[in-house]
Design a protein around this ligand. Structure first.
Ligand SMILES: [Zn+2]
Length: 176
């Protein structure tokens, strides 16, 4: 009776139909590694926390920074507490246009951006804003970067369908 009791077969994961095995266990020393490809899916739940308004704005094609209530220091990359005076910051809209403060052409990137190399990352300065914003810059010839780009006016664009990522916003030359 007991020999008929078994775990139920399942269809998920790796299903092996045949894996050659040597008669002599000594041959296992020369065995090539088993390599499989399987989909890997996890539900990752996390909170945007205090940054939520920034991403809610991006998804509505609005680019927000923050400004200190007390000393008026203004942050292009938002933070809710002022590191200079400890004051509380308010959300403010960043100007439509900015200036290329500096840039770099990336010929390598993380896996997500690898297919898009070479691409340009730029630090953008805004009038009346005390810190810079790191962002993608498009519409420039990545194959002939020039120091003349520095100081050039840029305007913002948003991807059509927000992904609630910092890459929802990017910049391109104002004359385009
Ligand atoms: Zn302050």
């Amino acid at each position: 009776m007991s020999k008929n009791i078994k775990l139920q077969e399942t269809q998920e994961g790796t299903i092996v139909f045949n894996l050659p095995f040597p008669k002599d266990l000594k041959d296992l020393k020369g065995m090539s590694p088993i390599v499989v490809q399987r989909p890997y899916l996890v539900d990752y739940i996390y909170s945007y926390g205090q940054d939520s308004p920034f991403f809610a704005a991006l998804s509505n094609k609005i680019h927000l920074g923050t400004r200190c209530d007390s000393c008026e220091y203004t942050f292009a990359t938002p933070r809710l507490a002022c590191p200079y005076c400890g004051g509380e910051n308010e959300w403010v809209k960043l100007p439509e246009e900015g200036i290329i403060h500096t840039f770099t052409v990336c010929h390598f990137g993380s896996e997500k951006f690898l297919a898009e190399t070479p691409f340009i990352l730029a630090l953008i300065s805004f009038e009346g804003v005390d810190t810079l914003f790191l962002t993608r810059l498009i519409g420039m010839d990545v194959h002939s970067p020039s120091l003349d780009w520095i100081g050039q006016k840029v305007k913002r664009q948003f991807i059509r369908n927000s992904k609630l990522l910092p890459t929802d916003v990017y910049y391109l030359p104002s004359q385009h």
